[in-house]
Design a protein around this ligand. Structure first.
Ligand code: PMP
Length: 304
C-alpha cells in the first residue's frame, strides 16, 4: 500500500512504521472495534474531506451501539482528521480510516474495563473497484452467504466484527471470477454489496432497498439527494433477485466504491452490459459534488 508519513494515535502523530499495537489488543481477538471509511478528494482548492461530520457522527454512534466509550469528542476527532491530512501533505485523493478499538490489558469477552484507543490512518488510494469498473462496470455475484440478520447483529454499527460476513462473500465472488458480491437478506431480498449499497433503474425509476437493518449509508443518501434534485422518481423498497436480473441499469454506491456501474449479475447481462445513462448522470453528479464543482454542496467539504 501507499504509505503516508504519519498515523494519528490517541492525540499524537506517529511515524507510519511505528504505528504498532500489542498482540493482546482486545479488538484483535474478539472483533469489537468500530471504524469509518472516509474520503478526501483533491479539488481545485486543495484536499477536502467529504462529509466529515456525517462520518464522525456515525463512528461515535457505532461506538455507542457496541458499548465502547469514546475518549475523544466529535470536534476533537474532526480536528484530528485535519491535523493528520495537513501533516501528511498528500498530493492526490486519500482514503481515511478512523478506528476506535479496545486496547491491551483485559482479555475475555467482557471488555468493559479494557482501555479504549483511537487511531486515524490516511493514505493515497485510487478507485476501490478499479478505474475500468467505474467506467465500464463490474461483474457481480449473488452470494451464498446471507447478510447478517437484525436478530443476530447490529448492522447500524460499522463494527469490525460485522465484516466477516462481507469478507466471506467477497472471497467467494472473487474466486468465482466476479468482482463483487451482492448479499441477500434472510428473506431472500437484496440487502447490499459486501461494502456498498445497491441501486437499480427500471423504466426511468431509481430503486434502492430501504436498508432499515443495515448501515446508514452516507453515499446512498448523497446519490438519493442528487436524484431528487434531478427530478428522477425514486422508490425505497425491497428488490428480489429476479427483479435485479431484469433491471435496465444497476450500480453500487459507497464511500470507497463511489458510484460503480454493474454490468452483470450472476452472468445475467444488465441492460446492454455498459454503464447506463442514469448511472452515468448520477456518477457525474456525485463526482461534481465531492470534487467541489457543485457549489450547492460545498458545505459538505472540509478543506484542509
Ligand atoms: N454497506 C456496507 C456494509 C459498507 O461497508 C459500506 C461502506 N461503508 C456501505 C454500505 C456504504 O456506506 P457509505 O456510503 O456510508 O460508505
Amino acid at each position: 500500500m501507499d504509505k503516508a508519513q504519519y498515523i494519528w494515535m490517541d492525540g499524537k502523530l506517529v511515524a507510519w512504521d511505528d504505528a504498532k499495537i500489542h498482540i493482546l489488543t482486545h479488538t484483535l481477538h474478539y472483533g469489537n472495534g468500530v471504524f469509518e471509511g472516509t474520503r478526501a478528494y483533491m479539488t481545485e482548492n486543495g484536499l477536502a474531506i467529504f462529509k466529515l461530520r456525517e462520518h464522525t457522527k456515525r463512528l461515535l454512534n457505532s461506538a455507542k451501539i457496541t458499548r465502547i466509550k469514546p475518549t475523544f469528542s466529535l470536534e476533537e476527532l474532526e480536528k484530528a482528521h485535519i491535523e493528520l491530512l495537513k501533516a501528511n501533505d498528500f498530493k492526490s485523493n486519500v482514503y481515511i480510516r478512523p478506528l476506535i478499538y479496545l486496547g491491551y490489558g483485559v482479555m475475555g469477552l467482557n471488555h468493559i474495563k479494557a482501555p479504549v484507543n483511537t487511531a486515524i490512518a490516511a493514505w493515497q488510494w485510487g478507485s476501490y473497484l478499479g478505474d475500468e469498473g467505474l467506467e465500464n462496470g463490474i461483474r457481480v455475484k449473488i452470494s451464498s452467504f446471507v447478510r447478517n440478520p437484525a436478530k443476530s447483529v447490529m448492522g447500524k454499527a460499522k463494527a469490525a466484527a460485522n465484516y466477516l460476513n462481507s469478507q466471506m462473500a467477497k472471497y467467494e465472488a472473487i474466486e468465482a471470477g466476479y468482482e463483487e458480491a451482492l448479499l441477500l437478506d434472510d428473506e431472500g431480498f437484496i440487502a447490499e454489496g459486501s461494502g456498498e449499497c445497491f441501486f437499480i433503474v427500471r423504466n426511468g425509476v431509481l430503486i434502492t432497498p430501504p436498508n432499515d437493518t443495515s448501515l446508514e449509508s452516507i453515499t446512498q443518501a448523497t446519490v438519493l439527494d442528487l436524484a431528487k434534485e434531478a427530478g428522477i422518481p425514486i422508490e425505497r423498497r425491497r428488490i428480489s433477485r429476479d427483479e435485479a436480473y431484469i433491471a435496465d441499469e444497476a450500480f453500487f454506491t459507497g464511500t470507497a466504491a463511489e458510484v460503480t456501474p454493474i454490468k452483470d449479475i450472476d452472468n445475467y447481462i444488465i441492460g446492454d452490459g455498459n454503464r447506463g445513462a442514469m448511472t452515468k448522470q448520477l456518477q457525474e453528479a456525485y463526482f461534481d459534488v465531492v470534487y467541489g464543482r457543485n457549489l450547492k454542496y460545498k458545505h459538505l467539504l472540509t478543506y484542509i
